[in-house]
Design a protein around this ligand. Structure first.
Ligand SMILES: [Zn+2]
Ligand SMILES: [Zn+2]
Length: 221
């Protein structure tokens, strides 16, 4: 059942973008909240749990995850944290963006089956991202078929990561290192969201409020 929740998050995101999406403050607040909640769960639970396994060179893999996310964002133009720099006139399938998003989504599926708070954090993180990706794609000249294929495969990547981790043993020998890489990815994505949410460093009481809310929610969970 849990495996289907990320799909639901993506579907909700697509639904919102298709029916009611207006480029509004709501999405930015949701994004800021998701970044703060994801960062908090990562720092409060995920990071200590992985460090406490006592595995050598965990820190190196966390740094590796940060570097990997930086590379993925070069390829996607920042779509993982809510940015798009794709030409709207493009009619070719955006393979590079697609691959980058899929690698990111697959990896973040790996740790969430065994950590429910992280599962919630990833779901909350996926809703605004799915809204932004879908509404961007629907505004390009890409055919509806291409967009739907893009969204379906992208939506299935996180559950696929969870499924492989929880139902097979293929990842077992390296899962601790993959988890460390995902920590790095989450640290980079969430801090980037928070950084970009404070435009020109102007204080915004609403944004600060939802950021506090994200931290508090992670603390009381
Ligand atoms: Zn960005
Ligand atoms: Zn993500």
């Amino acid at each position: 059942m849990n495996i289907l929740l990320p799909v639901l998050a993506v579907l909700i995101g697509f639904g919102i973008s298709y029916f009611v999406y207006k480029k509004s403050v709501t999405i930015n607040l949701l994004l800021a909240f998701s970044g703060s909640f994801l960062l908090s769960v990562t720092v409060l639970e995920f990071l200590p749990a992985i460090y406490n396994t006592g595995t050598a060179s965990i820190g190196i893999f966390i740094l590796g995850g940060i570097l990997l996310q930086i590379i993925l964002e070069y390829l996607s133009g920042g779509a993982e944290h809510g940015h798009f720099h794709l030409s709207k006139k493009d009619t070719n399938f955006p393979y590079v963006l697609f691959m980058s998003l899929c690698i990111h989504a697959f990896l973040e599926g790996i740790p969430i089956d065994s950590n429910h708070h992280l599962l919630y954090a990833v779901i909350v993180h996926k809703v605004p991202i799915a809204i932004i990706i879908a509404s961007f794609l629907f505004n390009t000249r890409l055919s509806k078929t291409k967009i739907i294929v893009f969204l379906i495969i992208f939506g299935l990547m996180t559950p696929l990561g969870s499924y492989i981790q929880s139902n097979t043993k293929v990842l077992d020998p390296i899962v601790i290192y993959l988890d460390a890489i995902v920590i790095g990815i989450f640290l980079h994505v969430s801090t980037t969201i928070l950084f970009e949410s404070s435009k020109d460093h102007k204080f915004n009481i609403y944004k600060f409020g939802v950021i506090l809310l994200g931290i508090l929610l992670a603390l009381v969970l």
